[in-house]
Design a binder for this molecule. Sequence first.
Ligand SMILES: C[S@@+](CC[C@H](N)C(=O)[O-])C[C@H]1O[C@@H](n2cnc3c(N)ncnc32)[C@H](O)[C@@H]1O
Length: 272
Amino acid sequence: MTDLSRPALPGALPDKRQVAASFSRAAGSYDSVAALQRAVGVSLLEQLPEDLQPSCWVDLGSGTGHFSRVLAERYASGNGVAVDIAEGMLRHARGVQGGARYHVAGDAERLPLRNASVDLLFSSLAVQWCSQFASVLGEARRVLRPGGVLAFSSLCVGTLDELRASWQAVDGMVHVNRFRRFEDYQQLCAASGLETLSLQRRAHVLHYPDVRSLTHELKALGAHNLNPGRPSGLTGRARMQGLLQAYEAFRQAEGLPATYQVVYGVMRKPLL
Ligand SMILES: C[S@@+](CC[C@H](N)C(=O)[O-])C[C@H]1O[C@@H](n2cnc3c(N)ncnc32)[C@H](O)[C@@H]1O
């Protein structure tokens, strides 16, 4: 992810091949550490319009296919398509019973789907990896049928700030993925040509016994730092000690907090 809280930084866009490779590598471990991702996806499902009966739904950034299986159960008479940029994730999802009928490799910013062919585009915690959220919205508008719904969750500025601040105290380098501002989501949604049914930000705070549990989890999710400009190589013992010490300043009774600022959006393509 690149720094989306500031104007475009052409030299620092995320390398999608790296994003895909990182998630492909994480396909086997992802489900065991995805508690927050599960909670966010469930919350997004609860926000879908009740009267929705899609004959074609798409799980965009489907990962291991957990929510494709939930959508397939919920909309049993519809056809489901799982789209992900990571082939390893798609292979994993294909190997599990139930879920989407079709599994397609593709990029949320250039969807391999026909115009006006989709009734529900569901995307949980994937589009924070897209440098141009406007392109995702443009693609949603193109592939949705009139009246079709885009439901997305994403992450915004404020996410993993404790880790960011702790690294900052150690060496001032970019160790944590960067996120778009919530206000940018508001602006881009307002300019998208889709009707915003709801757009909100909610903080989810997880607690860890120690910093290593958090960083191991990020790696197992495939969501560790992929920023251009990230430090390469192993973290030296002294710097790691510095990090552990700095993070201790945030300790609460439940453990070390890691805050995720989650954006939830539900949008509808106008009928005309
Ligand atoms: C954090 S996982 C979420 C998976 C699933 N939606 C869930 O909630 O469990 C993010 C997924 O988005 C995919 N992804 C990242 N960038 C993408 C892009 N530009 N287009 C499509 N999928 C993308 C990743 O490969 C990964 O499988």
